[in-house]
Design a protein around this ligand. Structure first.
Ligand code: FES
Length: 349
């Protein structure tokens, strides 16, 4: 800019005259150009149909994602030139991606072609809004909502609401991939009347005479081994629920819960090994106190007192397995567990 354009000066004691730029003249607004949809009602209707078509197609694509999820085999492969991928995943991705694209494209078309196209000049003002300005904003928002035609243009509104509603459907359907609901699976383990208690390392059945006072053994049901040969997955599931600890405590130190008087054999008691907090396997046993500690969050259970929680976040005692001795002198279960094993989410409240 030449000196001629910077003529305003201010006196400054230290620096002498200082040049100050003049504000640029307000260029004003260019003449407003009306859109075809502003002056031709047919064009406006056409634009409205285009927007509604995009929203409707989006809804159909969301439905297509759900249909494809169930109809396309999980192992089907789709090839696009050099690209190869799982057909189920690709269908889901394409349908959801295209559907969302059409919602966005429809919204842009709606705003550009049909919403009010007024040009305004807004002068700068203080950052803080006064109560009147806030009221103005709310009023302006309400006006804008009215001018957008959301209430008036029923076709667009309904197709948008329908497609957005259908967008939630794939999200619900995909929850299925989280796996089957646990249901009452933790109420049942493979322990049953007469099932022998075996050492989980040697797989040998345990006799009461194998245990000395103060000893704790990790054990499992004898009927677990045949499952291992049939299905490794079933075996892991069954073992995760049926693992137990067998402990021998001096009988005089045991405080038996009413109703459990015959659940132990000469001070030998059997409890679930699965912590009732969030399911870690426990076995850090301190024989002088009869306390067993869970290594995950330090829940501590008193095995001499029906595995009552004496410390930590666990909400309930370890379930106890009633024991008996079979005709050959081995430890067996009197029945399965009488309460669910594992974390205590289920029966809260
Ligand atoms: S899992 Fe045992 S204390 Fe948390």
């Amino acid at each position: 800019m030449s000196d001629k354009n910077l003529p305003v000066k201010a006196d400054d004691e230290q620096h002498g005259a200082v040049e100050v730029a003049e504000p640029i003249a307000d260029p004003g607004l260019e003449p407003h150009e009306y859109r075809i949809t502003d002056i031709d009602p047919k064009a406006a209707d056409r634009a409205e149909r285009q927007v509604a078509t995009m929203f409707t197609l989006a809804g159909l694509l969301f439905l297509g994602a759900c249909v494809g999820y169930f109809a396309i085999p999980r192992d089907a492969i789709l090839e696009f030139g050099p690209l190869t991928g799982n057909a189920n995943n690709m269908t889901l991705g394409l349908c959801l991606g295209l559907g969302l694209f059409l919602i966005g494209a429809g919204a842009i078309q709606w705003a550009k072609q049909l919403m009010v196209d007024t040009e305004v000049i807004e002068l700068r003002h203080d950052a803080n809004s006064s109560p009147e300005q806030k009221a103005d904003i709310i009023e302006g928002f309400n006006e804008g909502a009215a001018e957008s035609g959301f209430g008036r243009r029923k076709l667009i509104r309904r197709s948008l609401l329908a497609s957005m509603g259908l967008l939630g459907l794939p999200a619900i359907v995909l929850l299925r991939d989280l796996g089957p609901l646990p249901g009452r699976s933790l109420y049942n383990t493979i322990w049953a009347k007469g099932v022998r208690v075996v050492n989980d390392v040697t797989d040998r059945p345990i006799k009461p005479s194998d245990l000395v006072v103060g000893q704790l053994v990790n054990a499992q049901p004898a009927n677990l081994t045949p499952i291992q040969e049939e299905s490794p997955v079933e075996y892991q599931n069954a073992k995760a629920k049926a693992a137990v600890i067998v402990v021998r405590i001096e009988p005089a130190k045991i405080r038996t819960k009413p109703g459990r008087e015959n659940w132990g054999i000469d001070g030998i008691l059997c409890y679930s090994k699965i912590c009732t907090h969030v399911g870690c396997p426990i076995s850090l046993y301190e024989q002088t106190t009869h306390h067993v500690l869970c290594p995950c969050h330090q829940s501590t259970f008193d095995l001499a007192d029906s595995a009552k929680v004496i410390f930590g976040p666990a909400a309930r005692p370890l379930p106890q397995l009633p024991l008996a001795v079979d005709a050959e002198g081995y430890l067996v279960a009197q029945s399965g567990f009488t309460e669910p094993v594992g974390p205590s989410f289920w029966e809260r409240g």
